[in-house]
Design a protein around this ligand. Structure first.
Ligand SMILES: NC(=O)c1ccc[n+]([C@@H]2O[C@H](COP(=O)([O-])OP(=O)(O)OC[C@H]3O[C@@H](n4cnc5c(N)ncnc54)[C@H](O)[C@@H]3O)[C@@H](O)[C@H]2O)c1
Length: 270
């Protein structure tokens, strides 16, 4: 297999970590070829810190030069990045996967152009089990997410909930309902639930309850799946990243693990 050329769209917490690891040669045969971000000057400063000096280019020019684009920008930016990437027949790895829900047009574009959309597990684990279970009959998939109140600041769903994050002194529910709605109201906070729903029974039947929880310092997700196979329970506690408290470190590592998996001749796990 030849070298896989990677472009990274969005040079923030996740984008920089993925670029830095690829630059160190962490995954044989996978090179970071080019970067793009909202602020090209800042991205250029970052690129200069890397040994392989990837080029910093506007989105369309970057897409031309790569085989796969890792989107690590925002839910709002996903649409433009996905259309440019898939439209050119290039593969897309989407971290802002909440913005993929309901986007049959993007799935159709990928099919038409022979491209693949990859959704990494991100901040959660166990999607292999969810996918296996969903090959049979699944009765319910429920997720409970607890975040320190600061990690939910600025989400449209906080205003809708009427909860004042400054006066929260005990675990307080800010959302309880289907994933499709949660991703609309908390676009920067619950991408994990989108990945969970795509691996399993879809965003209308998968449900999530979100707590603003002053008793936790880690972003905590608990998932329960019930079906004909039995019952699966998953719990994960993520340490928030210093540069973005909404993002745990596992997210960038998951993108790297998926890059390793898709370029490997041996693939482990469902
Ligand atoms: N799937 C998951 O489990 C998971 C976990 C954590 C974060 N995320 C999502 O991944 C994305 C990146 O997270 P992060 O912590 O690195 O965020 P971040 O805020 O640290 O970085 C985002 C970067 O994208 C850039 N950007 C913004 N708009 C852009 C555009 N139109 N084109 C190119 N670049 C643009 C910003 O300038 C910034 O550098 C977010 O959407 C986040 O919600 C997903």
């Amino acid at each position: 297999m030849g070298t896989k050329k990677i472009g990274i769209a969005g040079c923030g917490t996740i984008g920089q970590k993925v670029a830095t690891e690829l630059d160190r040669g962490s995954i044989p045969g996978v090179n970071v070829e080019a970067l793009t971000s909202r602020n090209l000057e800042k991205a250029t400063l970052f690129a200069e810190s890397l040994a392989t000096r990837p080029q910093v280019l506007p989105l369309a020019e970057m897409v031309d030069r790569v085989d796969l684009v890792v989107e690590a920008a925002t839910g709002q930016a996903l649409d433009g990045i996905a259309k440019a990437t898939l439209g050119a027949g290039k593969d897309l790895m989407a971290l802002s996967c909440g913005a993929l829900l309901g986007r049959e047009d993007l799935f159709a574009l990928a099919r038409e152009r022979g491209a693949t959309i990859y959704v990494p597990s991100g901040a959660i684990a166990g999607l292999d089990g969810v996918a296996s279970a969903s090959a049979g009959e699944v009765r319910s998939v429920t997720m409970t997410t607890r975040k320190p109140p600061n990690g939910l600041r600025g989400a449209p769903g906080i205003e809708v909930s009427g909860v004042d994050l400054d006066s929260v002194t005990e675990p307080t529910i800010v959302f309880d309902g289907p994933v499709i709605e949660a991703c609309r109201l908390f676009p920067a906070n619950v991408n994990v639930s989108a990945a969970l729903s795509m691996a399993g029974i879809g965003p209308h039947r998968t449900t999530i309850r979100i707590y603003a929880d002053p008793t936790v310092t880690r972003n905590t997700h608990e998932i329960e799946i019930e079906g004909e196979f039995g019952r699966l329970a998953i719990k994960i506690e993520n340490v928030p990243s210093p540069t973005n408290p909404r993002t745990g470190q596992l997210s960038a590592l998951s993108a790297l693990a998926l890059l390793r998996r898709i370029t490997s001749s041996v693939r482990v796990g469902t």
